[in-house]
Design a protein around this ligand. Structure first.
Ligand code: S3P
Length: 175
């Protein structure tokens, strides 16, 4: 197993924000898997979904994960749907300590409402979409993560500190 910290969780649970904070505070370089895809393809995620469909995006997501398999000492933020494929779940666990950021549907709705950058929530009933996707994905996040953190009542600083302490403990007991 590699020694990265990988952030998983639903859209709007703060993976990118927490990733940046962890990276700044502890000096581990940050890799954002969605950002890798955007840079590599030269277009936005909504454009990929619109022009090539969700399956094409999922294939790019799996390739991005495969390309990271030799990395160590990084913070890796991922897109909310990355846990859908069994291969991705295996790759995530191989990459290191997997942290699941958990938020309530209400909090997710509030945090995603202003933003149109998420094709799966760009419809007339985002709340229902969030509930349906959460039902499908929650067991997959749970099965993939080493640690789950409920974020609704915590500051970003508190979440980041909790993650780093747990990760250090985990890595020191799995030398
Ligand atoms: C997705 C989440 C998005 C992005 C894409 C699909 C999902 O990332 O990968 O829009 O299926 O939940 P964030 O979780 O960073 O919003």
């Amino acid at each position: 197993m590699q020694r990265n910290i990988i952030l998983i969780g639903f859209m709007g649970t703060g993976k990118s924000t927490i990733g940046r904070k962890l990276s700044r505070t502890f000096g581990y370089p940050l890799i954002d898997a969605d950002q890798m895809i955007v840079e590599q393809e030269g277009c936005s995620i909504p454009e990929i979904f619109a022009d090539r469909g969700e399956k094409a995006f999922r294939d790019l997501e799996t390739s991005a994960l495969r390309s990271l398999s030799r990395h160590s000492g990084h913070i890796i933020a991922t897109g909310g749907g990355i846990i859908g494929r069994p291969e991705n779940r295996r790759l995530l666990r191989h990459l290191g300590y997997v942290v699941w950021l958990v938020a309530s549907p209400a909090e997710i709705l509030a945090r995603t409402a202003r933003n149109t950058n998420r094709p799966l929530l760009n419809n007339d009933h985002p709340e229902e979409t969030i509930r349906n996707l959460l039902e499908i994905r929650t067991p997959l996040y749970r099965a993939t993560a080493h640690l789950a953190i409920e974020t609704d009542q915590l500051s970003f600083d508190e979440v980041a500190t909790g993650i780093i302490e747990s990760a250090q403990y985990y890595f020191s007991s799995h030398e």
